[in-house]
Design a protein around this ligand. Structure first.
Ligand code: UDP
Length: 305
């Protein structure tokens, strides 16, 4: 069952832009897909503020085109990568799937709108079976050290940044905000190992098949349910890598929430999925990838460009 599901979501040509309807139609007419896992999207918050139209065009038009081509080919099972960003600055934690949603930047708004599009698509045609996965903060790498994150340019996210400081590509980490109402004043997030996250997708696909008659458009958090501060995360990485991460303390980053972590009960009960790894394993595997591939897949890259 697992292999069959995995094969179904492998795209023969990962280079196709989802906005390229002709290319997408070609793929769907030459292969029969039963389900799609839709991960494609731009994700840099800061960039989305400066280039909103790029984000709306890429993320929204790409998704609409994909849904149209899927429907035209009778493929109506979808797993979509949403984000905890849709909880904004939550009034309380842990965040349950029923919390009110909001967007604080164009990137987040694309996730919110796509979630709404999916709900509307299902309402209009109940043959659609859709699972929206709200990712918390994915970090780490595959334990083999062969697959990891390789951001273009200077990373926006905490751990890719820490990783580049550790290998000497960047001089220090800037810690954004030391006056939050948290244990050490720095922001708290729910970091989840990428391998656990990947397993969450398999669990979602399984649900779409096994509970096909019950599923409409459902949403699940993918997080660990544990909150970790920036300083705790840096300390865990220093321990795993043996590298000292020089820190510079700065003011809050605009738009950042104080504390965000997931309620995990719904995913545990209905997807029968639970994160297995903690921040020690995340940092261990991140360092294994970073030390073997300090310049990512390209081997060498100039960050100043
Ligand atoms: N953060 C930081 N320095 C950085 C990047 C991030 O202090 O260079 C902090 C950020 O303020 C937040 C946490 O690390 O409290 C996680 O940030 P990230 O961008 O990785 O995820 P998000 O804010 O989207 O949850």
């Amino acid at each position: 069952m697992l292999c069959r599901l995995l094969c179904l979501c492998l795209c023969p040509d990962p280079q196709v832009d989802l906005r390229d309807r002709h290319a997408l139609v070609d793929i769907f007419s030459s292969h029969r897909f039963e389900a799609v896992i839709h991960f494609a999207g731009l994700k840099a918050v800061g960039e989305s503020v400066h280039k909103p139209l790029l984000y709306y065009d890429n993320n929204l038009v790409g998704t609409i085109t994909l849904l149209e081509v899927m429907a035209a080919n009778g493929c109506k099972k979808l797993v979509f990568s949403s984000s905890a960003t849709v909880y904004g600055w939550p009034k309380e934690v842990p965040c349950t799937e029923e919390f009110p949603l909001c967007a604080t930047n164009p990137y987040g708004r694309t996730k919110l709108v796509i979630e709404d599009i999916c709900r509307d698509v299902h309402r209009s045609d109940p043959d659609w079976k859709i699972i929206l996965l709200r990712y918390f903060n994915p970090v780490g790498a595959h334990p083999s050290g062969y697959i990891g994150e390789d951001p273009c340019g200077v990373p926006n996210n905490l751990m890719p940044y820490v990783q580049q400081v550790a290998v000497g590509r960047l001089p220090h980490l800037t810690v954004y905000g030391t006056d939050y109402s948290t244990k050490d004043g720095t922001g708290v997030r729910d970091y989840i190992h990428v391998v656990d996250l990947a397993d969450g997708h398999i669990a979602a696909l399984r649900k779409l098949y096994e509970d096909s008659d019950k599923i409409g458009c459902e949403v699940y958090n993918l997080g660990t349910g544990k909150g970790t501060s920036v300083l705790e995360m840096v300390a865990a990485f220093e321990k795993a890598s043996g590298k000292k991460i020089p820190l510079v303390f700065a003011g809050r980053r605009p738009g950042d929430a104080e504390i965000v972590y997931a309620a995990t009960a719904k995913a545990e009960k209905e997807l029968k999925w639970k994160a297995k790894y903690g921040i020690e394993e995340m940092c261990r595997d991140l360092w294994n990838w970073a030390s073997k591939n300090p310049y990512g897949y390209a081997g060498s890259r100039d960050n100043s460009k």
